[in-house]
Design a protein around this ligand. Structure first.
Ligand SMILES: [Zn+2]
Length: 519
């Protein structure tokens, strides 16, 4: 193909986004409304929603600018992590995606941001199902490149579709835009120069808890040091080390390695090396955490100790990881909250608790009102009953703000309303939908400054560190009751393959990567 195209003869690249991380045991259902609340954009709406943002689609669009290519925006659909996607919702978005592909005229390639851990009630691997359907509509040889979350449950079937894969190298995920750009660049080389790629794929029989999956330190850090070293090899285009999402009850759950290369032998060698390293470090992913009472006692001791020694005081964090919305939590469990409410003499901020009925009550009562509420415990009462409290409605908002933190920077977020409540020394931020407190704007758009508190009780796991680490002192992870619990043995898996570590501590593995040509 010639590369000297201009004007309306530019190569046309479809841009799409279909994103969900599905917790098979969450009490929340993921329906079309869940996508409307987070992102459901068509055609040019995609350009205005993502241009200039530090997102994967933002990366696709930036890379295509001022090249021989033009972006053809198709469909962008994303919902906050929660329970499995309903079959009806998936079918609707899939058919809209296929219609957009079919109606967009000739495409020379497709860039798609897939989270990679979506599960649909009647389809355990919708990523592969979607790509197959797109290939049916466009022809089997359309070049396709995808970005994937570090927590993707990647399957051999997806790699078998010849999709160039670019997984995040960071957790917290602050390289979304970078990977979007890399995917676009590789795709453009494939289209213009006819570069022939191969992918090595290794699936590990390992269901890794994500608590120690951060890339700043620990086993995932070591894996990416090795991956980055391999990327200096002239035949390696990209390496992806996927920790996987351990709460999806599917045959394809678990860790994997994908290597995009221009040489089959190098792809195989690199893939086997990275897979073996990850498998060898599997024990480091298992971390024992304190229960709610032990964690609160630890935090209180820490705060009073800092006061006694007149240390510069930043807030201590209790991270309620089992109810983290980005791991499928409902953001309304109350076990840890109840425990913290027994403390005295500490200024405490709880956030963000999703409680639509209480938020409605606050909005009716208005700013400054004193009301009695039943806080939380509505969606997941098995993890703590609602808590009766007398509170002042300090502030209210429509729940729309723009991210200022390092993740998804510049993206407009709508959390369906928010409220700042106060009961004595305890402050609460309530939201109209589950949202992980990754971005400080979640609080500051309500006039809440986290620096004003001794203790932050947050429904978060690791992503919040990107923006909050400079603002806080010690971070204490808590193993309170909840669906995103740390110990996977507590979950009633039915569909995993036999021999998955750590459920089967005797599981064995020896890497034997598949080598699959990418189109
Ligand atoms: Zn992730």
């Amino acid at each position: 193909m010639s590369s000297d195209r201009s004007g309306d003869s530019k190569y046309r690249v479809g841009v799409a986004f279909f994103y969900h991380e599905s917790h098979s045991f969450s009490t929340l259902r993921t329906d079309i409304e869940s996508f409307r609340q987070e992102a459901l954009h068509y055609g040019d709406q995609i350009i205005s929603a993502y241009s200039g943002t530090q997102t994967e689609v933002g990366g696709f669009l930036a890379a295509l600018t001022n090249t021989a290519f033009v972006a053809v925006p198709l469909v962008a659909a994303a919902a906050n992590p929660s329970g499995q996607v309903t079959s009806e919702t998936y079918r609707q978005i899939k058919s809209e995606m296929i219609a957009a592909v079919s109606n967009s005229g000739h495409l020379d390639g497709l860039l798609i941001a897939l989270h990679g851990a979506m599960v649909v009630d009647d389809c355990p691997d919708p990523q592969t199902d979607l790509i197959k359907a797109i290939r049916l509509a466009t022809g089997a040889d359309l070049p396709i490149a995808a970005t994937l979350d570090l927590h993707a449950n990647v399957t051999a079937e997806l790699i078998g579709q010849g999709v160039l894969c670019f997984g995040f190298h960071t957790y917290p995920h602050v390289d979304m835009h970078t990977q979007g750009v890399r995917a676009a660049n590789a795709l453009m080389r494939q289209v213009i120069d006819g570069v022939k790629y191969f992918q090595g794929f290794a699936k590990l029989p390992a269901l890794l808890p994500s608590i120690n999956m951060r890339t700043a330190s620990g086993p995932m850090h070591d894996a990416f040091v090795a991956a980055d070293r391999w990327e200096t090899h002239s035949d390696i285009v990209a390496t992806s080390v996927f920790g996987g999402f351990p709460y999806s009850d599917i045959a394809g759950a678990g860790a994997s390695v994908v290597v995009l290369a221009t040489d089959t032998d190098v792809a195989k060698q690199c893939c086997a090396d990275l897979a073996q390293k990850l498998w060898s470090s599997r024990g480091e992913f298992l971390v024992q955490l304190p229960d709610a009472k032990t964690a609160v006692d630890l935090a209180v001791t820490r705060i009073y100790d800092a006061r006694a020694h007149a240390h510069a005081r930043k807030p201590t964090v209790l991270a309620d990881i089992s109810d983290n919305p980005q791991s499928g939590g409902s953001a309304d469990t109350t076990t840890l909250i109840s425990q913290v409410l027994k403390t005295t003499g500490l200024r405490v901020l709880f956030g963000a608790i999703c409680d639509g009925p209480t938020l409605d009550q606050c909005q009716i009562a208005g700013r400054g009102a004193q009301i009695v509420i039943d806080l939380g415990g509505k969606q997941s009462p098995q993890f703590g009953e609602p808590i009766k409290l007398s509170v002042e409605v300090v502030n209210l908002s429509d729940g729309v703000f723009t991210n200022t933190g390092q993740m998804n920077t510049g993206l407009v977020v709508n959390i369906n309303g928010a409220a700042h409540l106060r009961s004595g020394m305890f402050d609460f931020v309530l939201t109209g939908r589950p949202i992980t407190a990754n971005d400080p704007e979640l609080f500051s758009h309500l006039g809440v400054d986290v620096a004003d508190y001794d203790l932050l009780v947050l429904k978060v796991k690791n992503h919040f560190r990107a923006a909050f680490e400079p603002l806080v002192d010690q971070i204490i992870y808590v193993d309170a009751p909840g669906v995103a619990c740390n110990d996977l043995v507590n979950l009633p898996f039915k569909n995993l393959p036999e021999g998955m570590w750590p459920l089967d501590r005797a599981a064995t593995y020896s890497p034997a990567p598949l080598i699959i040509p990418a189109n």
